[in-house]
Design a protein around this ligand. Sequence first.
Ligand SMILES: Cc1cc2nc3c(=O)[nH]c(=O)nc-3n(C[C@H](O)[C@H](O)[C@H](O)COP(=O)(O)O)c2cc1C
Ligand SMILES: Nc1ncnc2c1ncn2[C@@H]1O[C@H](COP(=O)(O)OP(=O)(O)OP(=O)(O)O)[C@@H](O)[C@H]1O
Length: 307
Amino acid sequence: MIYALGAFDGFHLGHRRLLERAARRAAEGGAGWGVMTFEGHPRMLLNGGDFKMLFSPEERGVIARSLGVPRMERIPFTREFASLSPEGFAGFIAERYGIDGLVVGENFRFAKNRAGDPRVLAELSAERGWSLDVMPSYRIGGCVVSSTETRIAVSCGQMRRAAELLGYPFMISGEVSHGDERGRKIGFRTANIAMRKNKVYPPFGVYAALVSIDGGWLAAALNVGDNPTFGGDAEPRCEAHILDYGGALYGKTLTLFIVSEIRGEIKFASAHELAEQISHDAAECSIACRGYLSRNEAAMRKFAALL
Ligand SMILES: Cc1cc2nc3c(=O)[nH]c(=O)nc-3n(C[C@H](O)[C@H](O)[C@H](O)COP(=O)(O)O)c2cc1C
Ligand SMILES: Nc1ncnc2c1ncn2[C@@H]1O[C@H](COP(=O)(O)OP(=O)(O)OP(=O)(O)O)[C@@H](O)[C@H]1O
């Protein structure tokens, strides 16, 4: 097996170069390929648990499948694993997986205190008869694409930038729960999704999002926030008003792909003013979603088939 190796929070465009190389190397040698990654981001353990990731394990699984990753090995990132030396790390993976070769990026670091780098990995791979491909850092406009850059873009509300780095829109998925049932009174029903403790979210505000329902894409106007117009004491959440949809969603898993940012969350003087603004938001979101879909139809079709 040829494995692309690393944390892979999100399979951004840089990671995708590794996947392509792993698939090609595997095809050349008649081997299979996959991703070797960790359960829990290394920084989650090393930062004392308050590290926020782009994607939950389930979301990452959907993204991997949409990209055609045939196999994903997840190594639990325990303290014991984190304290291995580079030689210990190689022994650990050699014992558990049938490795023919590895693919990493030039910035890959591993083992205790990040003592291992591609040069060390090349020596360890030679000893074990593994092939090793080290990919140059993929850049957009001079800037190295990374999960860190993507987390910064999302937490600053730069959703078009996040989509540019990822190669697909930032995704939020979760079970639809009951809200205060105020939405229907103001004329805009919303599907509410609770926020997770360990996930990065965009700042409170309104965003255009695509949602896949029954194999097709619908546009949604998504609000991330705590409803300041109604006191701001609601638990912060993601609530999507799905355009042209009247079906029941409670209890179902909804996946939202945020294609662009629209505005910040505002405390309106009345529910009427809020409702007027939401109808403008909905029109803007519809245009943004249709535009994104028309430019990225093939990639989004792969996601729709999995949701
Ligand atoms: C597109 C959209 C934009 C929204 N913008 C705001 C806003 O700027 N300020 C605000 O207080 N609430 C905003 N909301 C949230 C509404 O207050 C909320 O949907 C309504 O109170 C219904 O809540 P419920 O789901 O708990 O019934 C927005 C909701 C949507 C769908
Ligand atoms: N821009 C890139 N181009 C090529 N390879 C990359 C790029 N970014 C990461 N890689 C490689 O992909 C694998 C997974 O890396 P990792 O998930 O740590 O990426 P990252 O985006 O740098 O993450 P973070 O920003 O959280 O440190 C590693 O082998 C890494 O070297």
